[in-house]
Design a protein around this ligand. Structure first.
Ligand code: PFF
Length: 454
C-alpha cells in the first residue's frame, strides 16, 4: 500500500494508489446531486442558456483557480484542512479549517436526505415502477419517518466506505462507480435526443436570453453553483490532495476534474430538458423548489410507459451513484480532521462523526423547509465564505504557492501558473466578496421566510 510521511512528524499517511484513483475520487466528489439535479433546476430558473454561459465563465475564472489553490495546500502539507491551514498560515487560519469541517458536516446532513429520496426512487421504480401521482408521492416520501429511514440508510453506506480507508474505500468505490455513471448519463442523452419535444428542450437550454446575463441574482447563482458543483470552499479537494504523491501535475488535474464535472452537468441537462419539454412540464420546473425535478421527472418517465421506466431507473441510479461518491468526500473532510487533530482511529472517527451528522440530518428529513434553509446557509453562504477565505489565503498569506503549482507541472501548464496566481490574488477576492454579499441577503431572506412560515 502506498503511504507517505506527513509533515510535522505525523505517522505515515495513506495515499491514493494511482493518479487515476485520485482523479476519479475527486471527480466523484464533484459530480453528484449538484450536477444532475441542482444544475438543471438552477439553470431552468436562471433563464436556461444564459445561466449555462455564466456558469462556464465562473468555472473558468473562479472554479479552476480555486480548485488549484485547494489542491496545492493539501498536497504541500499532506494534512487535513485544520492542520494544513495551521501549518501554512498559523493558528488563526486553523479556524478556517474548522469552518470547512462545520460546512462539511452541515452539507452532508441534508445532502444525505436528498440522496435518500434518490435511492428510494431508484429502488422503487425498479421494483414497482413510477408512482401514478408523482406530486402526491413526493409529498409522502420527502419528509417524515420514510425520509428519515432512507437518509439513515444512505449515511450507513457512506460511513461504511469512508471507514475502510482511502485506497480500499474511497478510491475503489470511485473507480467502479464513476465510469458506471458516465456510461449511464451519456446513454441517457442519446436516448433523450430521440424524444419528440427534444428540440424545444434544447432550444430552451441552448439559446441564451442575453438579458439574464446581467441579472445579479443569476450571476450569484452561477458562482455558487460552481463552488457547490466543484466541491470548493470547504476543503474537500484540499483533503483529497493531501493523499497525493508529490509528483503529479496539479494544474492538469484541476482542469481535468473541472471539465469532467461540467461535462456531466451539461450532459445531464441534455437529458433533463428534452424530457421535461417532451411532456410540457417546463412550468413546474421553472418555478423551482428543491422537489420540482423529483416530481417532474418521475411523472415524465411514468408517462412514457415501458421505456420510460427503464431510463427512469437508470437516471435515478446514476443520481444515487453520484450522490454516494460526493457524500464520501463530505464525510472524509470531517473524518480526516478528527483523525489528524485528535489521533482517533479512522474507523472510530468515521462512525462517530457519521452518526452525529446522521442525527443532525434528521431535522432536514423531518421538514424540507429546514433542508432548504440549511442548504442556503451552508451550501450557498458558507461555501462562498470558504471560497473567499481560501482565495485570500493562497493569494496573500501562503508563501510561494506558485512553487507548489509548478512542482510536477508539465510544459503545457507552466506558462499558465503566473496568470492563475494573478487571478487568485486580484480577481477572486473582490468577485467572491460580491457573491458573499449577495448570499448574505439571500440567507437573510431565507431565514425570515423560514420563521415567517413556521
Ligand atoms: N459537488 C457535489 C455535487 O455537485 O453534488 C456536492 C459537494 C460535495 C459539495 C463535496 C461540496 C463538497 F465538499
Amino acid at each position: 500500500m502506498a503511504t507517505g510521511s506527513g509533515s510535522g512528524g505525523t505517522p505515515a499517511r495513506e495515499l491514493f494508489g494511482s493518479k487515476w484513483g485520485f482523479v476519479l475520487a475527486a471527480v466523484g466528489s464533484a459530480v453528484g446531486l449538484g450536477n444532475m439535479w441542482r444544475f438543471s433546476y438552477v439553470a431552468a430558473e436562471g433563464g436556461g442558456a444564459a445561466f449555462v454561459i455564466l456558469y462556464v465563465i465562473m468555472v473558468l475564472l473562479l472554479g479552476i483557480p480555486l480548485m488549484l489553490s485547494e489542491l496545492v495546500v493539501g498536497r504541500k502539507t499532506h494534512l487535513s484542512p485544520i492542520g494544513a491551514l495551521r501549518e501554512l498560515g498559523g493558528r488563526g487560519w486553523a479556524l478556517l479549517g474548522g469552518l470547512f469541517v462545520l460546512v462539511g458536516f452541515l452539507i452532508l446532513s441534508y445532502y444525505s436526505v436528498i440522496a435518500g429520496w434518490t435511492m428510494r426512487f431508484a429502488l422503487e421504480s425498479a421494483m414497482t415502477g413510477f408512482p401514478g401521482d408523482p406530486g402526491q408521492h413526493f409529498g409522502e416520501i420527502a419528509a417524515g419517518p420514510a425520509a428519515m429511514g432512507w437518509h439513515l440508510a444512505f449515511m450507513v453506506l457512506t460511513i461504511g466506505i469512508v471507514m475502510v480507508g482511502v485506497q480500499k474505500g474511497i478510491e475503489r468505490a470511485a473507480m467502479v462507480l464513476m465510469p458506471t455513471l458516465f456510461v449511464i448519463v451519456i446513454g441517457l442523452a442519446f436516448w433523450a435526443a430521440t424524444l419528440e419535444g427534444a428540440g424545444a428542450g434544447y432550444a430552451y437550454y441552448l439559446t441564451p436570453d442575453l438579458s439574464e446575463l446581467m441579472n445579479p441574482n443569476v450571476i450569484r447563482q452561477a458562482a455558487s453553483q460552481a463552488f457547490f458543483s466543484l466541491s470548493l470552499g470547504m476543503g474537500a479537494m484540499l483533503t483529497f490532495a493531501s493523499y497525493l504523491a508529490r509528483d503529479e501535475d496539479l494544474n492538469e488535474q484541476a482542469v481535468t476534474i473541472s471539465f469532467a464535472d461540467f461535462a456531466v452537468a451539461f450532459t445531464a441537462g441534455l437529458v433533463v430538458f428534452p424530457v421535461i419539454f417532451a411532456l410540457g412540464l417546463q412550468d413546474s420546473v421553472g418555478e423551482s423548489t428543491v422537489g420540482a425535478l423529483f416530481i417532474a421527472l418521475p411523472g415524465a418517465f411514468e408517462a412514457m410507459g415501458g421505456p420510460g421506466r427503464v431510463v427512469g431507473v437508470l437516471f435515478f441510479v446514476a443520481l444515487a451513484v453520484g450522490a454516494i461518491t460526493s457524500a464520501i468526500s463530505l464525510l472524509e473532510v470531517v473524518t480526516s480532521s478528527i483523525i489528524d487533530e485528535f489521533g482517533i482511529a479512522r474507523k472510530n472517527a468515521a462512525i462517530m462523526m457519521g452518526i452525529l451528522i446522521a442525527i443532525f440530518g434528521l431535522a432536514s428529513a423531518h421538514n424540507t423547509d429546514v433542508l432548504g434553509l440549511v442548504d442556503q446557509i451552508a451550501g450557498e453562504l458558507l461555501l462562498a465564505v470558504g471560497a473567499l477565505s481560501m482565495a485570500i489565503f493562497v493569494g496573500w498569506r501562503m508563501k510561494d504557492p506558485g512553487a507548489e503549482m509548478l512542482r510536477g507541472a508539465g510544459p503545457r501548464f507552466t506558462g499558465a501558473v503566473p496568470a492563475v496566481l494573478f487571478l487568485v490574488k486580484w480577481l477572486l477576492p473582490p468577485v467572491i466578496a460580491v457573491v458573499v454579499w449577495f448570499q448574505i441577503w439571500a440567507t437573510r431572506d431565507a431565514i425570515t421566510g423560514f420563521f415567517g412560515a413556521a
